[in-house]
Design a protein around this ligand. Sequence first.
Ligand code: NDP
Ligand code: HSE
Length: 441
Amino acid sequence: MTDPLPDHAPLRVAVLGAGTVGADVLRVIRTSADALTHRIGAPLEVTGIAVTDLARDRGEHVDRRLLTDDPALAIRDADIVVELMGGIEPARTLLLEAMAHGASVVTANKALLAKDGVALYEAADANGVDLHFEAAVAGAIPLVRPIRESLAGDHIQKVLGIVNGTTNYVLDAMTRTGASFDDALATAKELGYAEADPTADIEGHDAAAKAAILASLAFHTRVSLSDVHCEGITTVTPEDIAAAGRMGRVIKLLSIVERVEEEGTERVSARVYPAMLPDSHPLASVSEAYNAVFVEADAAGSLMFYGQGAGGAPTASAVLGDLVTVARQRVHGGFGPRESRYADLGIIPLDGLRNAFYVSLTVQDKPGVLAEVAGTLSSHGISISTIHQETVPAAEGDPERARIGIATYRALESALESALDDLDSSGAVLGIDSVIRIEGE
Ligand code: NDP
Ligand code: HSE
């Protein structure tokens, strides 16, 4: 026999957004109402659902009578506001207003957290309410809570992973099926993985926002979007993917945040870029829109988190976990973790780091060119690990051309930058086609 439902006044919940994620959150709130009531100790009552298009059909689980195109109205009198509309404004103003009225907030809005999380954390503190955002990083994967709570007693050194489902889907399709970039992106959009404006995905901004959130939590330091070096996947070509395959590597968009110690001073590096990983690396086999993240901590050692990083239902799972948590706290008392920023570490710019690189050049196919390229790299202290050359078909009458793919050992980013400038101005080098970092070796 199941326990009787708790006899507690309902908690009023406003849901801002009933799109890919919002619709799934509303579905579960409705279809699992009794189970959620038992887990929380009180029923959830959705009192308002904000959308822009009141006419659109949203299926049986979205109660049309609760729809409004005035989100300010929806949040009035709410105990909990679940923000799933995305974007900076009006989301920012609405959440600040909701917290000022005493509502706790659950949001999946990484763009807002990375750009202006400080205002939200401070408002949560000032008003004594909760701010939870598990869904903002890596979809369904529990990652924010493990870093913020389970590892709160450990010392995290590095977080490295694939945290954008759309770009992983696109790169995976290009690698495995030879799909075009545009076709793969169109499918990722149809499947609900991409942001409303998928530029945020393919240019790396979404992964950078997640990197900023992870770095802030892992290193107890305020890290914002502008602190993250960000490169997307729009420059990755089928030739790069083929070159990676030839070398036993695969290209993935990585988010990396780590402590870097130099002369006794610790700083934080936060960066997002496409990188070649060896086929044997655990992240190399992460396919479709799956995400996977490694966390390295002094005592825990290496931890790996893996799961669905995007999509309505997986993301709704993380949102609902937060919703149950904040709802329980409204019923039983207590607060979730506050912002922790005591360490206040500086940010190390990318050019101070050492990385290995793959560089693809189109050159004149004539004696001495390879020696000149190797000499230029060597003059900047860059050592070559492997080299591959192939002839590029030239139009009749054009000079013979070749494409050289060079993998280097680790070198300073600033040294590679200078070497590329020299190569660019050398007569023998007709073009620098690609520069991709090599990680995981
Ligand atoms: P969608 O674009 O599918 O849905 C957004 C919803 O918000 C829509 O219902 C839209 O209304 C509504 N909305 C937007 N602006 C306003 C406004 N000014 N006033 C009222 N309603 C508004 O987005 P997603 O569901 O994909 O994403 C929601 C949030 O979750 C974003 O922050 C996103 O970054 C995050 N997220 C998304 C994931 C995913 O896989 N999709 C995964 C993890 C996080 P209407 O329906 O009328 O257009
Ligand atoms: N657009 C995001 C992605 C959604 O593709 O990963 C999940 O945050």
